[in-house]
Ligand binder design. Structure first.
Ligand SMILES: [Fe+2]
Length: 251
């Protein structure tokens, strides 16, 4: 069982596949990467796309049917990549989905050029309601890149972090790759996911990313990341590795 917790495989909902044919090509790419379960996470509330829970549920049902009819051995589960917004808390249990309907984990995207002032408060409120926020691709945020300690602080307060497979293996540049290596070494990373959008332009690359972790870090870390993703699908808790501060004399 290999789980991808962040991708845009559902056709016609966002900047992922434009047609069912494109989505099926992406599904084939997932299978070639050894993936068995995909939590589909279309953009939601990002200023461009709105994909409330009912829209995603219906699209997942339809796409699973297509996969079944073509004997593609892949199961899709519902999710969202929700861009942080001021009134997010009031939409929990309404328009917002927990990943795979786990009742536990929620993907949260931040802007790329700043961190809104209400971010800490919203992450805290999400946790007070019994959910665990997963911050997606912090490597794309300018503030996190400049100040790793800010991300440490968020993780230290109970949020989790997902980095993108392509960034880890250097597709998005050496600086970003190096940045993620720091995060990995400081136990700030909990998941590696594809964030795939297109079978050629933004494919899964999960196999290559896990292979990279195996070679540069350890087999144990590969298990840690893949087991964590299974916990998301099952809605079960796990004990994250203790984050290591970037400030000297503190941990
Ligand atoms: Fe995404």
């Amino acid at each position: 069982m290999l789980v991808d917790i962040h991708n845009h495989i559902l056709p016609g909902l966002d900047d992922g596949p434009k047609s069912i044919e494109e989505a099926l090509l992406l599904a084939t790419d997932a299978v070639e990467n050894g993936i068995t379960h995909i939590i589909a996470t279309p953009h939601h509330h990002d200023g461009k796309y709105m994909n409330a829970s009912s829209v995603v549920e219906e699209a997942v049902f339809n796409f699973n049917k297509e996969l079944y009819e073509r004997s593609i051995p892949l199961e899709i589960l519902p999710g969202q990549e929700t861009h942080i917004y001021n009134s997010l808390i009031s939409d929990l249990n309404k328009d917002l989905l927990t990943l795979a309907n786990s009742g536990k984990y929620i993907l949260i995207e931040l802007p790329i050029n700043h961190i809104p002032t209400y971010t800490f408060d919203i992450l805290f409120q999400i946790q007070l309601k019994g959910y665990i926020p997963i911050i997606v691709h912090p490597e794309r945020n300018m503030v996190f890149r400049k100040d790793k300690q800010k991300l440490y602080d968020i993780v230290n307060k109970g949020s989790l972090v997902q980095v993108t497979a392509s960034s880890l293996i250097g597709v998005n540049g050496r600086a970003i790759k190096r940045y993620i290596k720091y995060l990995v070494k400081h136990n700030i990373v909990h998941f590696i996911s594809s964030d795939s959008h297109h079978h050629i332009k933004r494919p899964f690359l999960l196999k290559a990313a896990y292979q990279y972790v195996r070679e540069k870090f350890s087999e144990g870390l590969v298990s840690y990341y893949s087991e964590n993703a299974k916990h998301v699908i099952n809605g079960t808790s796990f004990q994250p590795k203790r984050p290591i501060s970037f400030k000297k004399g503190r941990d």
